[in-house]
Ligand binder design. Structure first.
Ligand code: SF4
Length: 463
């Protein structure tokens, strides 16, 4: 019996792509969907769904993702197909019907745009108050393209890094990619960041994120990175990226692949930690020779690789998938780091997994791991007050409770502290939980918003 990788390689060997095409980066978006359908045999129903949903939510793939990662023998259920192709069910049925209708009867551009904006506004484009709560200020002026939520870490969104090599259907930063400047985080250059860092020496970590900063050329990335290295108090540079999954050529065959590795070496030689925060959603992304080669080349620079991803229905809601992925990460010398909970934005109803199910999936997978892979934590919600981990379930005289812990918090006093909430088999986010009366007052206040409603001195989130 052929493995999934073998059947995908067969698609390649049928001449769908020649090797030059497969290593030349080309973005493929909604305007190319007819070409993709003809090339790979996309069924009419799936094609209609992509056309409708991609008017609202971003859609982008590339030849590597299409020819090597997606298993075309298994669509539409294939997890990698679900990962990158908009699906029927991601929008409310009425919204999808209206869009199909408008497009079919050739609604005016204005009618379609109004409908698209209305649907987008209902999808909570900036979860966890990111636009209000996490934007740092200098002399009373808000700094664009930055977030500061946790004392030690500032997030930096370089303007030229606000796209990705392909887009994940579940992306919680989808609002970055729809061409609306009001919804976008983007810093034109590092000058204000550097001034801010010099005034905040407690910030030891800068997370360069997006989008995906690795879409930038090496020289562009250097222009953002080098000024940060001039700030002595910065000890760790993190780069949030899914490029190893979606375009590993960035580190192997791209024209400036070697240059980017030299840049990584330069960061390490400056005495800083360089942490590549790699986003892998499925073990298949780690199976290919070129992905393995990319990881080995990154490691050889002295950079550390930490792996994280959300738990997503239709993509990776299976303990075997996580166990295989964490093992593959460990085998590649990377550190399994976080299993996140899908955030409260976008088509979340399609992708969400209840916390109780997520905990079961995490534990089932975790139990099978060798000790060195048990660095991973989850399921974790990156919520308004901070990162909240679901640790367990306990039966008490008051009934069944969730055991939770503040892994990270706006208020450093809350970090590491446990609390409880009433068990629910359906709750999928913090705001759907009822806190147990035993929850400490400061944690309860932070969670119910009494603290979070004020503009905090600190604010952020991670990719
Ligand atoms: S790589 Fe990250 S930022 Fe880009 S689409 Fe996927 S989740 Fe969103």
């Amino acid at each position: 019996m052929r493995t999934g990788l073998e059947s995908r390689l067969e698609v390649m060997s049928l001449g769908v792509l020649n090797s030059a095409e497969a290593t030349r980066f080309r973005t493929i978006g909604p305007q190319h969907i007819g070409e993709v359908a003809a090339r790979y045999g996309l069924p009419a129903d799936a094609l209609e769904a992509v056309r409708a949903v991609s008017q609202v939510l971003p859609f982008r793939v590339n030849d590597y993702v299409l020819s090597t990662l997606v298993d075309w023998h298994r669509i539409p259920e294939d997890p990698l197909f679900q990962l990158v192709f908009p699906q029927r069910g991601m929008l409310k049925p009425d919204d999808e019907r209206k869009l199909i209708e408008l497009s079919g009867r050739r609604g005016t551009r204005r009618e379609i745009a109004a409908e698209v904006s209305r649907i987008r506004a209902e999808l909570n484009p900036h979860p966890s108050g990111q636009k209000q709560l996490n934007v740092p200020e200098l002399a009373g002026t808000e700094l664009p393209g930055m977030q500061h939520k946790y004392r030690e870490t500032v997030l930096y969104f370089p303007q030229q890094g606000q796209t990705c090599h392909a887009y994940c259907t579940y992306c919680f930063r989808w609002a970055q990619f729809i061409g609306d400047a009001d919804l976008r985080f983007a810093a034109p250059g590092p000058e204000l960041l550097v001034r801010y860092l010099r005034g905040h020496p407690a910030v030891s970590d800068v997370l360069i994120t997006g989008g995906d900063p690795m879409v930038m050329s090496t020289e562009r990335l250097r222009s953002h990175l080098e000024p940060i290295l001039a700030v002595d108090t910065v000890q760790t540079i993190r780069i949030g990226t899914k490029s190893v999954a979606y375009w590993p050529h960035r580190f192997v065959t791209d024209a400036d692949a070697d240059d980017v590795l030299r840049l990584f070496e330069q960061v390490v030689a400056s005495g800083r930690n360089l942490a590549v925060m790699a986003h892998f959603s499925h073990p298949r992304e780690l199976e290919t020779d070129i992905a393995r080669k990319a990881l080995a080349r990154i490691r050889a620079t002295g950079a550390l690789i930490y792996c994280q991803a959300p738990l997503i229905a239709h993509v990776n809601d299976d303990p075997r998938v996580w166990a295989d992925m964490w093992r593959a990460e460990l085998a590649a010398g990377a550190v399994p780091y976080y299993m996140f909970v899908e955030r409260d934005t976008g088509p979340r109803h399609y992708f969400e997994v209840p916390l109780a199910t997520g905990l079961e999936i995490f534990r089932t997978a975790y139990r099978t791991l060798p000790g060195l892979a048990r660095t991973v934590r989850g399921p974790v919600m990156s919520a308004t007050p901070g990162k909240v981990m679901v640790e367990g379930v306990e039966d008490t005289p008051r009934g069944r409770l969730f055991q939770l812990r503040m892994l990270q918090a706006r208020d450093p006093e809350l970090v590491g502290r446990p609390f409880r909430a009433r068990f629910s088999s359906t709750a999928a986010w913090l705001d759907q939980l009822e806190l147990d009366p035993s929850a400490p007052a400061d944690i309860a206040a932070a969670i119910t918003g009494a603290i979070g409603a004020q503009k905090p001195a600190l604010s952020g989130t991670t990719h």
